[in-house]
Design a protein around this ligand. Structure first.
Ligand SMILES: [Zn+2]
Length: 138
C-alpha cells in the first residue's frame, strides 16, 4: 500500500516537472507505471486484472520475501504499441508471461513453447486478450 501511495506522489511530481533526467531516475522497477497511463485507467485495470491476463496466476503488486517472483504484476500492452493506451490494450500480467512475450505479436507468441508449457491458448486467456486476438493486430 505504501508503494502505491509513493507511486501516486511520484507521478503527481512528474506531471509538474518535465525534466527528462527525472524520468530516467524513475525507471526503477517493473511495477512502476512508466507508461503515462491515466490514473483512472490504471485503477480500472488494476481492479479488473487481479490475475495474469495470460496464465491466470493470482498477482501481487510487490514481491514478498517468501513469494514467488513470477506472480508480481507488470503493465502490459497486449498489442505491442505503447501509444495504444486504452482499457482494451492495457492489461496486467505476471513477470514470467511479460518476459516471455516481450515485443512479440500476440497470436505468434500464443504458439510459443512457453505458452504450450503453461497451457496458455486462445481459450484460456482473459476476455480482454481474447478480444485483442480477434483484431487484425492481435
Ligand atoms: Zn502469467
Amino acid at each position: 500500500m505504501a508503494s502505491i501511495i509513493a507511486n501516486i506522489r511520484v507521478r503527481r511530481l512528474r506531471k509538474r516537472l518535465t525534466s527528462v533526467t527525472l524520468d530516467v531516475g524513475l525507471q526503477s522497477g517493473a511495477n512502476v507505471n512508466d507508461w503515462d497511463i491515466p490514473d483512472r485507467l490504471e485503477e480500472e485495470v488494476k481492479e479488473r486484472d487481479k490475475a495474469c491476463v495470460y496464465c491466470g496466476v493470482p498477482m501481487v503488486d510487490k514481491m514478498r520475501p517468501s513469494g514467488p517472483r513470477r506472480s508480481v504484476a507488470t503493465w502490459e500492452h497486449i498489442i505491442n504499441n505503447r501509444y495504444i493506451i486504452t482499457r482494451e490494450n492495457i492489461a496486467r500480467c505476471c513477470v514470467a508471461c511479460n518476459s516471455s512475450k516481450r515485443t512479440k505479436k500476440l497470436s505468434y507468441w500464443m504458439h510459443s513453447s512457453y505458452c504450450e508449457k503453461h497451457g496458455i491458448n486462445k481459450d484460456t486467456v482473459a476476455e480482454v486478450v481474447k478480444k485483442a486476438l480477434e483484431t487484425e493486430w492481435g
